[in-house]
Design a binder for this molecule. Structure first.
Ligand code: SF4
Length: 365
């Protein structure tokens, strides 16, 4: 079944290094390292893992001078563009630009010295560094908080518009994207919706401080799906208190289910029931682990029994179903092989490889 085509809102095109965002570019997937930026090896290792999972742009925290010193080496060896994450200290931002970052996330509410902030913006302009105006409900500037009494979607929109206008008007610089984040998903959605009516700048969407893998995925999915269905969102980060590569997988799952972007195979899996005649959970886990490493447009099915398995998973390219002590492999809804339960996984992967050899067009770059 085809998902109805989503019409994306037309936004300005901006670049983070060589990665285009907005316009007709695909919705980009981002994440953030959680290693100590001063540890070059650990940070680069995590960046490579994220990139292999499909992360296209990565943000690193710049808490102090030492972190910025490591940055040069990290930028030089990273397979994807690096964004430096900055709060309070513009001097660190200047050094991060010297180190070669492709983008800076600045939270204008956290900068008190306007002159220094101006110098930083000017430096971004001179070097073509993309600025993310990253407004956060928890750190709005004093004046705005005074006006709205407390953080709200309206307050975030006013803050973001104020900074976007400031940078575009005073510096004639428009390599900008915007985020308006709150830990409450509905407030986040309202802020993005309002902002998108007033500005053509690309939006980096997601719910901040959303929590662990399950609660964080749910909050983010609610907000991100709502926005994407309305055509809003040019780049996403699913913020999770979990291994950052999970953020990338969740982002692609959302994009895939909305028909916006497919990177990894889709898996249909039965929840198991009393008819299940094989040990399905470990089989499923192995298939999922494999699928996360493979970039292909493929639908797989992992089903517990042959009674309903192939029929329930008709849309799958390939699938397995359990029988009594045996496993069935099916292709496009038809049974092609019966093998012992022990050999099932190995034979299944061989069949998938054969299928991909016959259908190279299914491989994603
Ligand atoms: S495919 Fe079979 S085992 Fe799985 S839920 Fe359906 S009936 Fe139960």
């Amino acid at each position: 079944m085809m998902f109805p085509k989503i019409r994306r809102r037309k936004t300005n095109v901006v670049y983070v290094g060589s990665v285009g965002i907005g316009g007709d570019f695909p919705i980009r997937v981002q994440s953030m390292t959680n290693t100590d930026t001063r540890d070059i090896e650990a940070t680069l290792r995590q960046i490579y893992t994220l990139s292999e999972a499909g992360c296209e742009i990565v943000r690193v925290a710049l808490p102090d001078e030492k972190a910025v010193v490591s940055l040069k080496e990290i930028v030089k060896n990273s397979p994807i563009p690096i964004i430096g994450d900055l709060h309070f200290n513009t001097a660190l931002g200047e050094k991060a630009i010297e180190a070669g970052v492709a983008g800076l996330r600045i939270n204008p509410g956290t900068f008190k010295n306007k002159k220094r902030l101006d110098r930083l913006i000017l430096m971004c302009k001179e070097r073509g560094v993309c600025i993310r105006v990253g407004v956060n409900a928890g750190s709005l500037e004093g004046e705005i908080l005074k006006k709205y009494k407390k953080p709200s979607a309206e307050a975030m929109v006013e803050s973001a518009l104020r900074w976007v206008n400031y940078i575009t008007e005073k510096f004639s610089y428009d390599n900008l994207k915007v985020s308006l984040k709150s830990s409450h998903w509905w407030e986040t959605v309202r802020a993005y919706e309002e902002f998108s009516k007033k500005s053509p700048f690309p939006l980096h969407i997601g719910v901040t401080e959303a929590g662990g893998l399950i609660p964080g995925t749910i909050k983010n999915t609610m907000a991100v799906t709502y926005l994407l269905l309305k055509g809003i969102g040019d780049t996403i980060r699913i913020s999770l208190t979990a291994d950052p590569k999970e953020e990338v997988y969740v982002a692609y799952e959302i994009l895939k289910n909305l028909g916006l972007r497919t990177l990894h195979p889709d898996i249909i899996a039965c929840p198991t029931c009393g008819r299940c005649e094989i040990n399905l959970m470990p089989l499923y886990e192995e298939v999922e682990k494999w699928a996360k490493k493979v970039k292909a447009n493929l639908k797989l099915a992992v089903m517990g029994c042959v009674v309903n398995g192939p029929g329930e998973a008709k849309e799958a390219d390939l699938g397995i179903a359990g029988g009594k002590g045996v496993g069935i492999i099916f292709k496009e809804g038809k049974i092609i092989k019966k093998v012992s339960e022990e050999a099932l996984l190995k034979e299944f992967f061989e069949e998938i490889e054969r299928f991909l050899r016959d259908h190279p067009e299914r491989l994603n770059p």
